[in-house]
Design a protein around this ligand. Structure first.
Ligand code: SAH
Ligand code: SF4
Length: 381
């Protein structure tokens, strides 16, 4: 395996290495490959947690609909755009707008926020993470200027997925990912590590599904049990499990952009550094105002709740220096686009059409989704 980093390997070979390698050897190999493909620079994405209202009741999540102890908020489009402008002035060229699944908000307020950011931050990449919406809603968001979308599949085990997501099946998530790829989004997905009921086989399948979907971005983080959810009291997996997962995904998907997640930093004070040393190449400074992010607790123990965005960027820069890396303000488009991603690509499309015609995408999500799910579960589950 000495030259793993310098040539593409078959999944079987990678899995054999994963199965027998200790964590140090595994993460070391992933780190080498990451350095080779992405260099020493760690891409920044400014995270805006715009709303904690959610129509879903995912068992694992602290802001699930049934958690009556959450103080609910929705930022106005103007507030979201102002946060992005502030981040833009600080140098950020990539923003992630994340919130609960809230179709009414996604219909009106979210497109307005995207439109305003597109106008005032012309060079910036806009990524959304707003859950499952219908294809027309994804289309409208693309038209007003969204470039990328993050929608984790959470777990590739269909039964576990359905039981954790209030009866909504894995097939529906994969269908949404197909819609996003068809519409020309750069697509990200991923999963939590250490969910109750997950096995080592699930973890391997999770990583293989990421490869099968040929994702542009993969988000992985430890599941952290929240006291106000039905999964309160579930065991906490060690950070090592997440590091092994990140390393495996890096080996299987050398080009994918992979964040060192806040959940990893919340579970272990050096969790993000450890993820970067296991193959991650992205960091997400949280630029949500403290008054809002305090109420966006998907899991307990979330870090940086009192910091303003600029402080987060400064802190991350210092943290990266301690591991010999440096932060980068590049947009960080998917390598498959060869650095040619068109700013606000969606805005050129015909506004008459409610949904843009399928934009070309090299992401064979449709194939992958149909080959991986129905064997275990119906596509419209
Ligand atoms: N509502 C959107 C985006 C917000 S949730 C969606 O669900 O896609 C973003 C991510 O937080 C989820 O995809 C899930 O993987 C993660 N998450 C939720 N609860 C968590 C927990 N208890 N521990 C760790 N990650 C969690
Ligand atoms: Fe809502 Fe996302 Fe939390 Fe599920 S994980 S309850 S969709 S915010």
């Amino acid at each position: 395996m000495a030259e793993l980093a310098t040539r593409e390997r078959e999944p079987a070979e990678i899995l054999a290495f994963y199965a027998k390698a200790g964590t140090e050897a595994l993460t070391g190999r992933a780190r080498e490959l990451c350095l080779e493909r992405h260099g020493r620079r760690i891409l920044l994405r400014g995270l805006i947690e715009y709303s904690n209202r959610c129509a879903c009741d995912c068992l694992y999540c602290g802001i699930r609909r049934s958690n009556a102890r959450v103080y609910r908020y929705r930022l106005e489009p103007e507030e979201i755009a102002a946060l992005a402008r502030k981040g833009y002035a600080a140098g950020l060229r990539s923003f992630v707008l994340q919130g609960g699944e809230d179709p009414a908000y996604a219909e009106a307020a979210l497109p307005r926020a995207v439109e305003m950011i597109r106008e005032s931050c012309p060079e910036a990449a806009i990524t959304l993470s707003a859950g499952i919406l219908d294809r027309a809603a994804y289309g409208r968001l693309k038209l007003v200027g969204a470039d990328r979308y993050l929608l984790r599949f959470e777990t590739s085990d269909p039964e576990l997925h359905r039981s954790l997501r209030g009866g909504v099946g894995l097939g529906r998530r994969l269908e949404a990912l197909v819609d996003l790829a068809d519409l020309g989004y750069q697509v990200g997905s991923g999963y939590m590590v250490g969910l109750p009921g997950e096995t080592e086989e699930t973890r391997v399948d999770n990583a293989l599904l990421c490869r099968e979907l040929r994702l542009d971005m993969v988000g992985i983080g430890p599941f952290i049990p929240h006291g106000d959810t039905p999964l309160a009291g579930s065991p906490q997996s060690p950070i090592e499990l997440t590091l092994r997962a990140a390393a495996l995904v890096r080996l299987l998907l050398p080009d994918a952009h992979m964040p060192a997640t806040t959940a990893a930093g919340s579970l272990d004070p050096e969790g993000r550094e450890k993820m970067i040393l296991a193959g991650a190449n992205v960091l997400m400074p949280n630029i949500t105002p403290p008054s809002a992010k305090r109420n966006y607790l998907l899991y307990p123990g979330k870090i940086c709740l009192d910091e303003e965005g600029e402080t987060c960027i400064g802190c991350l820069s210092l943290r990266m220096k301690t591991i010999g890396r440096e932060i980068s303000f590049d947009r960080g488009d998917a390598p498959r686009l060869g650095g040619q991603a068109k700013v606000g690509a969606g805005t050129d499309l015909d506004h008459e059409a409610a949904v843009p015609a399928a934009a070309p995408s090299s992401v064979p999500l449709a194939q992958a989704a149909s080959s991986s799910v129905p064997a275990k579960e119906g596509a419209h589950a």
